[in-house]
Design a protein around this ligand. Structure first.
Ligand SMILES: Nc1nc2c(ncn2[C@@H]2O[C@H](COP(=O)(O)OP(=O)(O)OP(=O)(O)O)[C@@H](O)[C@H]2O)c(=O)[nH]1
Ligand SMILES: [Mg+2]
Length: 694
């Protein structure tokens, strides 16, 4: 492959709702460009993009894949992204490095939640969008209906660059608005086509659309409008500069119809991308942080290399691959670059350009291009690599917070370290899931973007690190406390064998306000107990508080006063007072109306107005308390408190209650006494767990 200058590169992300046909569309582009010879299939798992086992098994995209091909002398760097909600963040990295977004909408299903989401991400990154209405060959494919829906969502600026002449099964003809032609595609998947000038009703239709199009374009170039009226029309050539500018400013958003699976409409879409699509030149300067966090700029024209690593992945027999975009300078094998996030120097390994798993070595890449490099030591997703002469850090992608949690259950012993290392490595590749070891509950908890994401992460862990694990609900850190006062007098006496043990501890306990913890005091008077044993008793009490008494959970919010006792001149010693302290405390605790507390989380739930009833009903079935409701556009923001034990996989339920539109954040709030029946259940579970441990 040649090397390309920035103006001849088209970097774009193919994004959209799940199963809208993004992968098949990218596959069709590769066939058109000659990068592959035949269309692969999703059902058979033979596409260039979906080559991971996790993708082939489920027939969905899980990873963003980098593909490339050439069309009309331009290099297309295509990033095919997953549409399934759990993996939608993969699209974030792709949109971050793309110069425009190709948003795919299914001709039957129309605009989905995922479409809105990626649209907003593209807006956030300030890149232009183009729309493809795909699967026009489907029964009941309705271009006009979807077009109306797209306009309703994304505004009147959305404009068709072609129209389907024969939508539905057998679809192969398109009216090309720019060229005034009817284009007939072969349906053998080759993408080849023939063109004839539009005539009759189609010619009239084109005339009308031309006029409207020019009005859109004239927003960025009004001399064109004049020319149009003077000549009674404009050729594609005359509109060229205007179209590019208008797409950049999004004064119009072009729409194309296509059928990726039969490679219809794709070639002309590629023509448009070659001629009018954004190139790195359109974003020739990007913001960065310089030394000490000062504002800096990376210019495409600068000779110093600056790269952003938007994805890393470890591949079998290949090692770690880091995908990057070059914002300035060129990059070559063997070059030394500085990782400004980790403050280390990296040596550039072999550089590749990719079509999924097909990798072609490249000697160097120029500014604006996208590729991958192997064997960087310690560079991760989101890092900037730069010339040591120009140290900058590019802004990182901010990923949504994961809010579905599960704990790992290890089925064989001694694999803890392997799992910890594996999780750390996987997290470096995929920062959208988090993991931590809960020291109190002795569990490794994984938080992800959804249940499928959890599954994919655990599968990867199993496959790559050969560990035997499964997912279980995370344990809940209940607390134990008391509601009343009590006293105890406990004597510990042991006189077997050699030295005996003797200690007697008298104590009083009483409740303390919520969240004030445990307070231990002594009010000994007289000489019944030597003060040297006070710390021993405290140690015993603390140990009981840590272990729990009712169900094995930490004791909180209690005041303990050690006020008297007895000792023996020879047999009293530290250990004896520790034991007596612990047992005295347990006895008093059980007599002081003990109870369990449960953690309560504060949730902020964002849902469309029409889902309000269902979501509120569900919250009340989860013992939720509503704190307040606000509105934000067409969305309602509900604030609520919900017990942690009712929150398992709430994210999944919320998604299904709201047709995928609802999102929530959750944060630990406080502890509260729990209902009696549930308390009894937790106590019973705690007891059987304890029995098992023994
Ligand atoms: N009839 C028809 N089917 C299509 C077309 N494009 C894709 N499909 C089918 O629709 C399904 C989903 O296609 P994909 O290309 O995997 O869709 P996607 O948008 O990449 O899906 P995700 O990446 O999982 O979000 C597959 O069964 C495809 O064969 C098309 O143009 N026409
Ligand atoms: Mg896909």
């Amino acid at each position: 492959m040649n090397t390309y200058q920035a103006g001849d590169i088209r970097n774009f992300a193919i994004v959209g709702h799940a199963s809208s046909g993004k992968t098949m569309l990218s596959e069709a582009m590769l066939v058109c460009g000659g990068a592959i010879h035949r269309l692969g299939s999703i059902a058979e798992g033979t596409t260039a993009s979906d080559y991971h086992v996790s993708e082939q098994q489920r027939q969905i995209s899980v990873h963003a894949s980098l593909l490339h091909t050439e069309w009309l002398g331009k290099k297309f760097n295509i990033i095919d992204t997953p549409g399934y909600q759990d993996f939608i963040s993969e699209g974030l990295g792709a949109l971050r490095v793309g110069d425009f977004a190709l948003v795919v909408v299914h001709a039957n299903h129309g605009v989905g939640v995922g479409t809105d989401q990626v649209w907003n991400y593209a807006t956030q990154y300030g890149i232009p969008r183009m729309i493809v209405i795909n699967a026009m060959d489907k029964e009941q494919a309705d271009f006009d209906k979807v077009m109306a829906q797209v306009r309703e969502h994304f505004g009147e600026r959305v404009f068709p660059m072609n129209l389907p002449i024969n939508p539905g099964p057998g679809f192969n003809q398109i009216l090309d608005v720019l060229r005034n032609e009817v284009i007939t595609y072969q349906t053998d998947g080759s993408g080849r086509f023939q063109e004839v000038p539009a005539s009759g009703q189609w010619e009239e239709k084109v005339q009308q659309l031309h006029k409207e199009l020019i009005e859109h374009i004239a927003e960025s170039d009004d001399s064109l409008l004049q020319k149009f009226f003077d000549q009674g029309g404009l050729s594609e050539e005359e509109m060229r500069g205007g179209i590019h500018a208008a797409v950049q400013q999004q004064s119009f958003i072009p729409v194309f119809c296509a059928a990726g699976a039969s490679n219809v409409g794709v070639a002309r879409l590629m023509d448009f991308i070659s001629k009018y699509g954004s190139s790195p030149v359109d974003r020739a300067k990007v913001k960065a942080a310089g030394a000490g966090g000062a504002e800096a700029e990376v210019a495409l024209s600068s000779p110093e290399p600056v790269l952003y690593v938007f994805k890393t992945i470890s591949e079998a027999q290949f090692g770690e691959l880091s995908f990057f975009r070059l914002y300035s300078g060129s990059v070559k094998f063997g070059m030394e670059l500085y990782n400004s996030d980790r403050r280390i120097t990296e040596k550039v390994g072999q550089i590749y350009i990719l079509n999924g798993k097909i990798r072609t070595p490249a000697n160097s890449l120029n500014a604006g291009d996208i590729g991958a490099v192997v064997k960087l030591k310690d560079t991760h997703t989101g890092n900037t690599l730069c010339s040591p002469r120009m140290v900058v850090t590019l802004p990182k992608v901010v990923y949504p917070k994961p809010n579905v949690h599960a704990a790992l259950k290890l089925n064989s012993k001694g694999e803890e370290d392997k799992i910890a290392q594996g999780l750390a490595a996987l997290h470096e590749e995929d920062p959208t899931f988090l993991h931590h070891v809960d020291p109190e509950l002795h569990q490794t908890v994984i938080s992800a973007q959804g249940e499928l994401h959890l599954e994919v992460v655990t599968d990867r862990l199993r496959r790559r690190y050969k560990v035997d694990i499964e997912l279980v609900p995370p344990r809940i850190p209940f607390r134990e406390t008391i509601k009343g006062r009590a006293e105890s007098k406990y004597r510990h006496k042991k006189q077997t064998g050699g030295a005996g043990q003797f200690a007697e501890v008298w104590m009083r306990i009483e409740p303390r306000p919520r969240n004030t913890g445990v307070e231990f005091t002594q009010s000994l008077s007289g000489q019944n107990v030597d003060r040297v044993f006070v710390p021993s008793v405290e140690k015993g009490v603390n140990s009981a508080c840590q272990e729990g008494i009712l169900a094995g959970y930490r004791v909180v919010d209690a005041k303990i006063d050690f006020y008297d006792g007895k000792m023996h001149p020879v047999d009293s010693k530290d250990i004896a007072f520790q034991i007596a302290g612990k047992e005295a405390f347990k006895e008093a605790f059980l007599n002081a109306r003990p109870c369990l507390l449960e953690p309560i989380y504060t949730l902020e739930i964002k849902i469309p107005e029409e889902s309000m009833g269902k979501v509120m009903g569900d919250l009340s079935s989860r013992r939720g308390k509503i704190l307040g409701i606000d509105s934000e556009g067409a969305f309602q923001i509900v604030k609520a408190q919900v017990p942690a034990m009712e929150l398992y996989h709430y994210g999944t339920t919320l998604r299904s209650l709201t047709g995928g539109r609802g999102i929530h954040t959750e944060e630990f709030g406080h502890y509260e006494e729990m209902p009696r029946d549930l308390e009894q259940k937790v106590i019973a579970e705690g007891k059987s767990r304890k029995a098992l441990e023994h």
